[in-house]
Design a protein around this ligand. Structure first.
Ligand code: HEM
Length: 296
């Protein structure tokens, strides 16, 4: 597998502004035409594209490991699943440009897809969550990022691809602000002031729950989350790329207390309102390589 087979936006640094577009396949869509539309999109670092399970199924092909996002339940916690056919992450600096890019993409995909849902996202400071905490510190870097986030050794058409989990979280920032700084630091497991990891954080602390190397096998994911804000609500679009969904599911399971009954302290001030899974195909000459779907 070569790095030029990877959609470049996956490994690139976070953009200043982004839009997440969720498309649904038209009921009467011609699937060959749908794939032609997708292949015609130029894939550079300004866009990452993921195909949902229902879309892949419509091609008659099978991508091993692609499944629907699982509904999950913890004590007082709902993890909802809301699948879509297609996910596009537009990445840029200028919201106007992102809007025009959205419209152009809508036109390109119009024969087969309609735009069902949009989330506008942005970078806060140097990659902070809206609670003020640095997000992404323990992300694998360089070759380790490729190892965690990208499929390798599964043959042409799959190598260079990635499986991505996407969840919209809504924060209760009023509640979070009412906590003492120590309570906040203990919820995350790091100090807001200098991002130092707290050795004495309780086991419910988010980074204790999700310590990637504490899993067997290690549960490394490549996180590319960004804050979002609407008129009255705000939070995080959690995005994690993996060579499969296994690491993400292991992390989420532990956050829900499935092993020891201890739930992640994050759930005291934020909750997910959607969740979906996509397969991000490899690229060839600047376009999606959909050869594994066999629909030419
Ligand atoms: C609103 C939701 C979330 C927020 C605000 C959040 C925030 C954070 C913050 C501030 C850190 C510490 C710095 C860092 O290493 O990035 C962190 C670490 C981490 N988070 Fe989250 N997170 C959220 C959801 C999730 C979810 C759903 C997962 C996985 C299922 C996850 C997995 C991780 C992992 C793997 C780490 C690194 C742990 C380590 O190895 O040290 N997070 N998160």
């Amino acid at each position: 597998m070569h790095n030029h087979q990877i959609q470049p936006g996956i490994l690139a640094d976070l953009p200043h502004a982004a839009r997440y577009l969720f498309f649904t396949l038209l009921p009467e869509a011609n699937i060959k035409l749908a794939m032609q539309c997708l292949r015609s999109v130029a894939v550079d670092r300004s866009i990452v594209i993921g195909l949902g399970p229902a879309l892949v199924k419509a091609t008659g092909a099978h991508v091993d490991g692609l499944r629907n996002f699982p509904n999950a339940v913890g004590p007082g916690i709902d993890i909802p699943s809301q699948p879509f056919s297609l996910w596009c992450w537009l990445r840029g600096d200028d919201r106007g440009v992102l809007l025009q890019q959205t419209r152009a993409l809508q036109h390109t995909l119009a024969p087969a897809f309609f735009l069902d849902h949009v989330i506008d996202a942005f970078q806060y400071g140097t990659g902070r969550d809206l609670t003020g905490y640095e997000d992404g510190t323990e992300n694998p870097k360089g070759d380790n990022a490729v190892f965690a986030g990208i499929v390798n050794g599964r043959g042409a058409g799959l190598d260079g691809s990635s499986f991505v989990a996407v969840q919209q979280w809504v924060h209760d920032l009023e509640h979070f602000d009412s906590l003492s700084v120590q309570q906040q630091d203990h919820a995350i497991g790091r100090r807001k002031s200098d991002n130092a990891e707290l050795k004495d954080a309780p086991p419910s602390a988010h980074v204790k729950r999700t310590a990637q190397e504490s899993f067997t096998p290690a549960a490394f994911v490549l996180r590319r989350s960004m804050p979002w804000a609407g008129a009255t609500r705000a939070g995080l679009v959690f995005v994690a790329f993996g060579h499969s969904f296994d690491a993400f599911e292991a992390l989420l399971k532990r956050m829900l207390g499935a092993e020891d009954g201890i739930t992640d302290a994050l759930f005291r001030f934020t909750r997910p309102v959607s969740g979906s899974y996509y397969w991000c195909p490899p690229v060839e000459n600047g376009h999606l390589n959909l050869s594994t779907l066999n629909t030419r």
